[in-house]
Design a protein around this ligand. Structure first.
Ligand code: NOJ
Length: 531
């Protein structure tokens, strides 16, 4: 099997918020089809589609009621077949979201097969990721079931071989249909310590993240399903260390192609987690990404991402979404895309979409946000303090509709959108970007194109330079006599360095400020190529 995915670039679609074709305010499959040419112009290779399966939408499709059916709001299986065909016609590939740590409580398995889930007389002390206890009492059965996420997302019991075979059968069904792979939702949570012991302060993660049989399960899945197809797999793995990642992605182990790691997304959270806001220390970010670049080089493979449907918008987070929005969005893209790994672009990132700050809590839709609000109020946080945390970190920042044009609702829908559009759509939208040759969109297009033309981006090793510099992220990549030197200014401050040799491969300003030294202007990014 080839590793074509190492040179590929992935684009993530969150279907609910991408494009609405029928005016019901919810994105859908026909809407995606309308925009495939846009994605082709951008130059991406693979589409990762967040869940489109039948679901009661407690967690926007991450709670699946039927793996073999399309969510009604999104369309029909016929629409899906048509989409797949249109994707393949354009030479693109489709990666589905595979959510098999849990199902919806409305899945027939939950109704019929007790031993597919975790039922206990007595709950342990684990807390749910979405606030409150991770166990829910069922009056009928007079037992508690485990749900690491919402109470409508009961955890599947992977200890049961029948459950595993049912999952593999379903995976084969989709692969036989022609899909090209899977992004696997919290896949490193599927093996739990069978004793389900209490965790420190209710934190069960030591007993369900990277659990005792995880490698065995993934190898079995690989043997039973994945090895029979030329497909791409990426495991979403919160709490995986670089050592874990090596095991998961070393091809010799026959588990997964690559993983999503989270450490770099946790650096602006304090000791009490993501809502405990902390300013990013750039040195931490550099050291963290360096650690991952080194750990997986020539051993396994990583994904490169700043954004997805669970993260705030990167230009608001690590960049400047005001005066330097365009420069900083391009700088962040440069910093990420010149590293080793497979880059992922989340819808709207390519036009520099920003966070949103709805004034009232009623405007928010995300279950994590709404549950957290209640919990924090009970803990004594003030309303304003919580709203600030939501504006900074809430998942709905990523979920406001894609901004296509300056028409009403950003051209996303002719109806009432299920979540409000970011009011800045009049300025920030895809139409605008396509008409401006200097736009963030075309800059991403160039970055994707460079990856195809310069093997060093895929293969080269990684060396961090100016390690202690508080504002500038600089590194070198080397491979067989070639070298890339990357300078990224994560600030408005001007910084001066010796001018590297070589031709400029990509640059987010028109030209260098000086031909004698490298004077980095606000949010400037420049890449030199030496042979
Ligand atoms: C991770 C997904 O990315 C997130 O959106 C979801 O809420 C949880 N897993 C539960 O499925």
């Amino acid at each position: 099997m080839s590793d074509w995915w190492k040179m590929a670039c992935v684009y993530q679609i969150y279907p609910r918020s991408f494009m609405d074709s029928d005016g019901d305010g919810i994105g859908d499959i026909q809407g995606i089809i309308q925009k495939l040419d846009y994605l082709k112009t951008l130059g991406i290779d693979i589409i990762w589609l967040s869940p489109i399966y039948d679901s009661p939408n407690d967690d926007n499709g991450y709670d699946i009621r039927n793996y073999y059916k399309i969510m009604q709001e999104f369309g029909t299986m016929e629409d899906f077949n048509y989409l797949l065909n249109e994707i393949h016609k354009r030479g693109l590939k489709l990666m589905m979201d595979l959510v098999v740590n849990h199902t919806s409580d409305e899945h027939e398995w939950f109704q019929k097969y007790e031993d597919f889930y975790y039922w206990r007389e007595k709950p342990n002390n684990w807390k749910s990721v979405f606030s409150g206890p991770a166990w829910e009492y069922d009056e009928e059965r007079r037992q508690y079931y485990l749900h690491i996420f919402s109470k409508k997302q009961p955890d599947l019991n992977w200890e049961n071989p029948k459950l595993r075979q049912s999952v593999y059968e379903m995976m084969r069904w989709w692969l036989d249909k022609g899909v090209d792979g899977f992004r696997m939702d919290v896949i490193n949570f599927i093996s739990k310590d069978p004793a389900l012991p209490d965790g420190p302060d209710g934190d069960g993660s030591p007993y369900f993240m990277n659990g005792p049989r995880i490698h065995e399960f993934l190898r079995e899945m690989n043997q039973e399903v994945l090895s029979n197809y030329d497909c791409i797999t990426v495991g979403e793995m919160p709490g995986a260390s670089p050592e874990d990642a090596k095991t998961y992605t070393n091809p010799e182990n026959r588990e997964l192609n690559m993983i999503f790691t989270f450490e770099h997304m946790d650096l602006d959270g304090g000791p009490n987690g993501k809502w405990d806001l902390k300013k990013l220390n750039l040195v931490d970010l550099k050291e963290n990404l360096e650690k991952w670049q080194h750990a997986l080089h020539q051993v396994g493979w990583n994904s490169l991402y700043w954004n997805n449907h669970d993260q705030p918008r990167i230009v608001s987070r690590f960049g400047d979404d005001g005066d330097y929005r365009v420069e900083s969005a391009k700088m962040l893209a440069t910093c990420l895309h010149m590293m080793q790994g497979t880059p992922y672009i989340y819808q709207g990132e390519e036009i520099g979409m920003t966070n949103v700050a709805f004034k009232s809590l009623e405007k928010y839709q995300d279950i994590e946000t709404l549950n957290m609000y209640k919990e924090k109020i009970a803990e004594g946080w003030s309303h304003d303090q919580i709203m600030k945390a939501i504006h900074t970190k809430g998942r709905d920042n990523a979920r406001t509709p894609m901004q296509w044009s300056n028409e009403e609702n950003g051209g996303f829908t002719t109806g009432d959108p299920w979540i409000d559009v970011n009011p800045n759509y009049e300025k920030i939208n895809a139409n605008e970007a396509l008409q401006d040759s200097n736009s963030i969109f075309y800059y991403y297009q160039s970055l994707i194109d460079l990856r195809k033309r310069y093997n060093i981006i895929t293969k080269g090793d990684f060396k961090l330079i100016h390690r202690e510099h508080p504002d500038v992220f600089a590194y070198e990549r080397s491979s067989e006599g070639e070298k890339l030197v990357v300078y990224c200014n994560f600030s408005e401050n001007v910084h001066t360095f010796a001018l590297p040799d070589g031709e400029i491969l990509i640059h987010n300003y028109d030209q260098l400020e000086s031909c004698e030294q490298l004077n980095l202007r606000p949010w400037e990014a420049v890449v030199f190529y030496q042979t």
